[in-house]
Design a binder for this molecule. Sequence first.
Ligand code: FAD
Ligand code: NAI
Length: 475
Amino acid sequence: MSKQFDVIAIGGGPGGYIGAIRAAQLGFNVACIDEWKNSKGGPALGGTCTNVGCIPSKALLQSSENYDQAGNHFAEHGIEVKGLSLDVAKMVGRKDTVVKQNNDGIAYLFKKNKVTFFHGRGSFVAAKDGSYQIKVAGASEEIISGKHIIVSTGSNARALPGTPFDEVNILSNEGALGLGAVPKKLGLIGSGVIGLEMGSVWRRLGAEVTVLEALPVFLGAVDQQIAKEAHKAFLKQGLKIELGVKVGEIKSGKKSVSVAYVDARGEAQTLEVDKLIVSIGRVANTIGLAPETVGLKLDERGAIVVDDECKTNLPNVWAVGDVVRGPMLAHKAEEEGVAVAERIAGQHGHVNFNTIPWVIYTNPEIAWVGQTEEQLKTAGRAYKAGVFPFMANGRARAMGDMTGMVKMLADAATDEILGVHIVGPLASELIAECVVAMAFHASSEDIGRICHAHPSLSESTKEAALAVEKRSLNF
Ligand code: FAD
Ligand code: NAI
């Protein structure tokens, strides 16, 4: 007799592990299956996010930022640093420790919430007697069955056609986060989120970084006033970003990689680098899941087809996170995991896709929620804009970090906030207030009337709100 569960999450990333915990909180008997292995072959819960995504990238961004501050900015504060040196192995080791703390934290949470964990690959076997049979293939094999299945198998890096990742010279996010030394010359294909975050890490540590981007505009999905400001800052830091290129043949030698491309002027060029990171987006992962055995429907891109409530075409089979439509973000996956667990319990789980924040953890940080000015124009929506530069903020001056601005967009008639876009210090934290405001359908006047601590960067959000009515006090 196979082990029976009310809910089985296949995949233990942010979508699956959070969904499993929420389902257990609601009183269900829950299992989570995850196949990720650490360097010793043991389990490493947390998926892409914890192992080769959000967490390790932020650890290296912090370490490399500290190095950059010590080398290039402490002197402005009267702090002289002599004999500054870099121990990449130690930095990468610290990153690995941070990852392990997070892996262990999730294992602890599973015990606390009585979620049964299976280490191995989960695949559909059959639908039988109102349950789904799932094979777990790990150190041994067994069949377990669950009434509800939450598929949360995540995504993988997209490779360039004909150029597979070898993780030695041609790197995905996995190789990019594990480099043991600073490459002299680093190339990146794609100036999206990973390109900019990983490019920043290795540039700060001393690599000469060139990013080749197909689109003619920088960060096309970002509000263009914000993107232009960020672009200026990155160029000043020494990131070389070539827009509007067409990447051609890539040749990987023993020690270097050459990338043939046509630049925006139509001229043939070659980029020679020691390492190449390919960061051109990610693809939904259903490898080994055997969706066809039960008739689980995928779309033409391989993502699992779901409705607004994360229901698939099969009864009681749900799918969340990177393996379905929508932004590939950890917090979006978590929200969907929670909402699905609540729907299974007969509650009204809900994800508001209009208020999912985005953050790019570069320096300056870029964060936004809601619609961009370009989107509002295209939609023909009448809006008012308020901008406040960090240059005029006392805390930013004291910190010595005055790049960027807060920009607020509000409906011309009702004043409801439609979008907030930030480039500058701690934008990742500042955006939270704006998400709350939008979730409660606040107006720009609401933010302008709320007391914000002085001196704080958050005063810039209030000032941007006041600027919507052209009445900033400090600019
Ligand atoms: P995943 O995290 O991919 O987890 C899926 C899990 O399922 C994995 O452990 C996988 O091994 C397992 N699995 C797959 N198939 C099976 C199977 N058949 N059986 C058992 N287990 C299986 N997002 C942010 O919000 N903020 C960030 O700062 C951020 N930084 C990122 C940095 C990088 C370099 C990358 C690559 C991504 C980053 N992301 C970030 C995106 C974020 O990592 C993903 O959106 C998030 O991990 C998606 O969660 P998920 O649960 O859907 O899938
Ligand atoms: P991305 O979608 O952010 O950027 C890919 C870039 O590559 C785009 O600018 C695209 O125009 C370009 N591109 C595509 N094909 C190309 C080609 N052939 N030649 C040159 N350029 C090409 O994807 P990325 O950076 O790989 O990240 C994947 C996803 O992971 C992100 O979209 C995001 O969802 C998630 N992520 C989130 C982070 C965060 O929240 N801070 C950090 C890192 C990743």
